[in-house]
Design a protein around this ligand. Structure first.
Ligand code: AMP
Length: 338
């Protein structure tokens, strides 16, 4: 079976690593020549909306998935016309737009921080009056790892904040004084079988995930599962879905969802019976899902920017090193250790 992946970064690489033991083969469509999934797959080097590249991908593969949510909607629709694309394109359309995803959460009874749309300076002013300050202005689309965000505090100049995010459609969100950030990774197969991993507690610095710790028997697990189940069912979702929450007391406020395998689930490679990567592939192929039970206490640290002396990790009992084959660059995720 040949699986096509839109995007050829570390998530595609880890999907391929999980897929080969299942007898699967991979082709990635990715514009970068040095895509880190390329050594493990056939690489179509083309833009995500390149018609010829998409045709080649559709001709070579039997099933399409993706490793990031900012793929152009037209490209996905083109592929969806001729073969199965999972997660469903409608889920992608919701998850790529912060306004759509937060509106969906609220419709499903899932709490979020208060938010309001801002599409110019005047609506930003209205949003500030509604939400109050401090607040955080976020571009509706294309934001990740804290990019496209600007905190606004009382007395700050709204025009500079609006300019800082590039004067594009945005939402203003109340700044949440959370106790912890947690995420749940869930998976649903074509036939509707569902499974949930234990919550991970996540620590971000400058908007980038640094540390994820798998939580055992956390008291918020049932609420997180209930919330993510509502989303899976509403979107008739297939594949792995991650939802990130702010925890405040007994409340979980949904911040965002990712319609794909997620950085806060990398610990599952060694820390769970079945990794999120293998379960994503099982789900889209409509195979029975593997157990999501943790096999031990596990935590994952991202390696960001530059590569430390890896002998330190390799000399640690029970530590597992994953390098993505990416050139070091400030702020770039180049590997992780579980
Ligand atoms: P995001 O791109 O929305 O995942 O935001 C990146 C990180 O910024 C989050 O993981 C939080 O640490 C922080 N952050 C985002 N939104 C808020 C908020 N409304 N209140 C407090 N912190 C936030």
């Amino acid at each position: 079976m040949k699986i096509g992946i839109l995007g050829g970064g570390q998530l595609a690489r880890m999907l391929a690593l999980a897929g080969y033991p299942l007898g699967l083969d991979f082709t990635v469509l990715e514009p970068a020549a040095d895509a880190c999934a390329a050594p493990l797959s056939r690489h179509i080097q083309a833009a995500y909306d390149d018609a010829e590249g998409l045709e080649r991908l559709a001709a070579e593969c039997e099933l399409i998935t993706y490793e990031f949510e900012s793929v152009p909607a037209d490209a996905v629709e083109k592929l969806d016309a001729s073969l199965d694309v999972f997660p469903p394109p409608s889920a992608l359309a919701t998850a790529r737009d912060r306004n759509h995803e937060k509106t969906l959460f609220n419709e499903l009874g899932i709490e979020t921080a208060p938010f309001a749309e801002a599409h110019d300076l005047r609506t930003l002013q209205l949003a500030v009056e509604n939400i109050g300050l401090p607040a955080i202005l976020k571009t509706r689309t294309l934001g990740y790892d804290g990019k496209g965000q600007q905190v606004i505090r009382p007395g700050d100049d709204l025009r500079s904040a609006w300019e800082a995010i590039g004067e594009v459609p945005a939402i203003l969100e109340g700044l949440v004084d959370f106790e912890r950030e947690v995420s749940i990774i869930a998976v649903r197969s074509v036939s509707g079988e569902m499974a949930f991993y234990p919550l991970a507690e996540n620590v971000h610095e400058q908007g980038i995930l640094r540390l994820s710790t798998c939580l055992h028997d956390d008291s918020h697990q049932p609420l997180a599962e209930d919330y993510v189940k509502r989303v899976l069912q509403r979107l008739d979702y297939v594949g792995v879905l991650a939802i990130e929450f702010f925890q405040v007391g007994s409340h979980l406020l949904a911040n965002e969802m990712a319609p794909r395998v997620h950085n806060s689930g990398h610990w599952t490679i060694e820390g769970a019976e079945t990794s999120q990567f293998e379960n994503h592939l099982r789900a889209i192929l409509d195979l029975p899902l593997g157990s999501t039970a943790p096999v031990a206490y596990a935590a994952m640290v991202n390696i960001i920017g530059e590569l430390p002396d890896t002998r330190v990790f390799l000399g640690m009992k029970n530590a597992h090193l994953h390098l993505y084959g990416k050139a070091p660059r400030a702020g770039r995720k180049i590997g992780h250790v579980t």
